[in-house]
Each structure stands twice: as structure tokens, then as C-alpha cells.
Design a protein around this ligand. Structure first.
Ligand code: ADP
Ligand code: ASP
Ligand code: MG
Length: 403
């Protein structure tokens, strides 16, 4: 029998009623496959744990944070395993340290490096169904680590890789990957097949339906992912290699972000290397700078520089810039009322004029573009947060995604 990995997200196991439904889904696979389950925490649990840590300190120790926030998965896994046992399936919950799942990198943002297989294989061979905690691992110092919000997606992909699974099925609260968030735009359409490349861009640009690292790992290891609903028995979306996809659309999807901030430094004394002097200490502090524009100085001496970061890094960023002795500027202004809207599609590589069409469609709706960034298969614009819904609606229509 082949191995299959099933991942259940927070809403899918968000109540006892849902857990019972999940147990029935699991049962439907056990005749044909050896099943490995990866489970998230029940929806809301991880957020509650994080809120508690914040009440103790804004700088709550990273290793204790990981121990704390990984606790939610212990609850959901044991409940699901208990339900499966109740239904006559030989199940067992497993936390990362019991396997173990080895991670590397920093706390809060670790990556799975290795998964010990022997005991799980033995259990599978006796007809057992392991219910494994997603999102967590242990590092070489035996400390509990986590792999970033939404990390159970990445855990599932890594299990599919190490166990050479036939497939990885991601069960969630929507029917699959849509042209844009179906909870934000009713006209969003389910996509039948999407390439790793496009899904990676969509995920990185704000479509939280899949965690970006998980797609990167799936692409590297050529793991087919099926995303589908745990509520409705309907076909979902297949995430696969480009070669398997026929698509006549220029744009495949639209993504938007919710937590960007824009910083502008006015009157920066210009000299070769100034941008590096500004960004080096930010990168050293693990602050991710996203979009950047630097204006040409009108007098050849001073320039204005604008860039975006994640809003949770704003306080730290302001502090670092203020304390940077290698730069000179007149004023720093910031804006948390911004959002990045992106159109994504491999079709744009071969179609000229996509940028123009995007800008014109937004201009017609009087949506002002503040910053632009592009890559081969995506165009992103920074706009006012309160214009996001309108922008998505406009672009969805402009690029024929309503049909
Ligand atoms: P889970 O708890 O199952 O991991 P998430 O909340 O992480 O689920 O992801 C599912 C959510 O992703 C959906 O409820 C939906 O609002 C959101 N989403 C954002 N963009 C998209 C998209 N393009 N297609 C489908 N869902 C999307
Ligand atoms: N429980 C974790 C989170 O909420 C991991 C996950 O859901 O995938 O981020
Ligand atoms: Mg998720």
C-alpha cells in the first residue's frame, strides 16, 4: 500500500463535531492507503497562546514562545487520535520530540531538516495511523522549535518528502485555491490546477491558504499537493509542475497583504553605498525589506528613499534607523495604512502590456499607486489599505477572472 499524507487545518478540527467529521474522512482513506496525519491546533488556540505571552512581555523569550505556542497541537492531535480509536482505527498522537522531527535555524522560524522514520514506518506497517503535531520540531539542543505561522502545511510536505508519499492532501475551510481570497471576493473562482511557481508567489504575496515555505519544499521535491475542503466532498485544486498545466489566462490569481508599513526617509545625504548603509543593519536584525524606491535627488546631494516592511517590525526598524550613525537624513515618516496588491501569472511572460493594463484599470478607479515592484510572473503595487477591495474587484474583472 502507498503512503498518503493528510493535513488538517485549524478550522477543520476546530470543534468536536468537526473532529468527528475529520475522523470519517480519515477512514475513507485507510482501505487504500497507509495514512499519516498532520494536524494544526484548533482554530484560535495558537493566537490565544501568543496573546498570553504578550501579556507577560513584548519580548517574551523566543525558546519559551516556541514551547508555549506549539502546545495547541498537542490538544488537537490527542482529541483526533482519541476519536479515531473510538471509531475502531488504531491511532496514536505523536509530538515532534517523540519522533523526532529535527529542525534547524532560529526559534519561531525554524525549518525541518530531518524526520526519523523507523518507528512511524513500523507503526504504519501494523495498520496504525499516526496523528502528528504540525508546526513543531526539536533542534540539536533538544529545544522545542516552531516553523512559522501556518507551518503545519510545511510539516505535511516534509512528511510527504521523507516518507515518499504518493500525495499530500491539504484539508482546509475553502474548496481549494481560488483566483483570489473567496472570503473577500464572492466572484473568486476555484482554480483546477496551479503551478508551484504561481502558488509560491501567491502565498508569499499574502494568500494565506498555503504557507510559502511549504510550496518551496514541494516544488524542490516534486510533491503533488491537493488542496480541498474538509466540509464539502468536492474536488479541490492540484498544485503541480508547470508542464502539467494548460491555462489560457494571462493572470492566474490576485493576492493582497494586510500588515505592511511604508517608511520614507526624506532628504537623505546621497553618496555611493547609502542604500547599503541603510539596509545592512535591518537585514542583520532579520528585518525583511520588501519594496524599495529611491528618487533621483534634484540637487544631486539629497535623495528620498521609500521602502516597506512588515508592520510588526516597525518599532524595531525606526529605532535602528534613528541609531544609524552612517546615514544622514532630514525626516522619517511612516504609514501603516498601506497594502500590497499583486497580480500573478506565468501567462504574463509571453504577453506584453500587462503592467499598463493593471495601472490603467486602477487609475480609472482613482486608486493611487505608491510603490511598484515586479518580477517575471508578478506585478505588485502598494496602495491605500481602504482601496484594497476595490482594487481586487477591478483587477479580477480586468483580467477576465470572473469567468
Ligand atoms: P487552515 O487553518 O486550514 O490552514 P488558513 O486559514 O490558513 O486555513 O487558510 C485558508 C484561508 O485562506 C481561507 O479561509 C481563505 O480566506 C484564505 N485565502 C486567501 N487567499 C486565498 C485563495 N487565493 N484561495 C483560497 N483561500 C484563500
Ligand atoms: N497552529 C499553527 C498556527 O496557527 C500552525 C498551523 O496552523 O499550521 O500558525
Ligand atoms: Mg493555514
Amino acid at each position: 500500500m502507498k503512503i498518503i499524507v493528510l493535513k488538517f487545518g485549524g478550522t477543520s478540527i476546530g470543534s468536536i463535531r468537526r473532529i468527528k467529521k475529520v475522523a470519517r474522512i480519515v477512514k475513507s482513506y485507510t482501505k487504500k492507503y497507509k495514512v499519516i496525519i498532520l494536524s494544526s491546533a484548533m482554530s484560535g488556540t495558537t493566537n490565544k497562546l501568543i496573546d498570553m505571552s504578550k501579556k507577560i512581555s513584548a519580548n517574551f523569550a523566543d525558546n519559551e514562545y516556541d514551547t508555549l505556542v506549539s502546545a495547541g497541537e498537542q490538544i488537537s492531535c490527542s482529541l483526533l487520535a482519541g476519536q479515531l480509536i473510538e471509531n475502531g482505527i488504531q491511532a496514536r498522537s505523536l509530538m515532534a520530540w517523540q519522533i523526532p522531527i529535527i529542525t534547524e535555524g532560529q526559534h519561531k522560524h525554524s525549518r525541518i531538516k530531518y524526520i526519523y522514520k523507523k518507528r512511524i514506518l513500523k507503526f504504519l506497517n501494523t495498520g496504525g495511523v499516526p496523528v502528528i503535531a504540525g508546526f513543531q520540531g526539536i533542534n540539536k539542543d533538544l529545544k522545542i522549535t516552531t516553523i512559522g505561522r501556518g507551518g503545519t502545511d510545511a510539516s505535511a510536505i516534509m512528511f510527504a518528502k521523507f516518507f515518499k508519499a504518493d500525495r499530500c492532501v491539504i484539508y482546509t475551510d475553502v474548496e481549494g485555491i481560488f483566483t483570489t481570497d473567496p472570503n473577500k471576493l464572492k466572484k473568486a473562482k476555484k482554480i483546477k490546477n496551479i503551478s508551484y511557481e504561481e502558488m509560491l508567489e501567491m502565498a508569499s504575496l499574502g494568500s494565506k491558504v498555503m504557507q510559502p515555505h511549504s510550496i518551496q519544499d514541494a516544488r524542490l521535491n516534486r510533491i503533488n499537493i491537493e488542496v480541498k475542503s474538509s466540509f464539502l466532498n468536492k474536488s479541490g485544486t492540484l498544485i503541480t509542475k508547470k508542464k502539467n498545466i494548460i491555462n489560457n489566462k494571462i493572470i492566474t490569481g490576485i493576492s493582497s497583504t494586510e500588515n505592511d508599513s511604508k517608511i520614507t526617509l526624506l532628504g537623505v545625504k546621497d553618496r555611493p553605498g547609502i542604500a547599503a548603509s541603510i539596509f545592512k543593519p535591518l537585514s542583520k536584525n532579520s528585518i525583511n525589506v520588501d519594496m524599495v524606491v529611491q528618487n533621483i535627488s534634484s540637487n544631486g546631494k539629497e535623495t528620498d528613499l521609500t521602502f516597506t516592511i512588515k508592520s510588526y517590525d516597525l518599532i524595531k526598524t525606526k529605532k535602528i534607523i534613528k541609531n544609524n550613525k552612517f546615514i544622514n537624513f532630514k525626516k522619517m515618516i511612516f504609514d501603516t495604512n498601506v497594502s500590497k496588491v499583486s497580480i500573478i501569472g506565468v501567462g504574463m511572460v509571453t504577453t506584453p502590456g500587462v503592467t499598463f493594463r493593471m495601472f490603467q484599470a486602477l487609475a480609472k478607479q482613482k486608486i493611487n499607486i505608491q510603490v511598484i515592484s515586479t518580477s517575471e510572473i508578478k506585478i505588485s503595487v502598494l496602495i491605500k489599505k481602504n482601496k484594497v477591495t476595490k482594487a481586487i474587484k477591478t483587477l479580477h474583472k480586468e483580467f477576465n477572472l470572473n469567468k
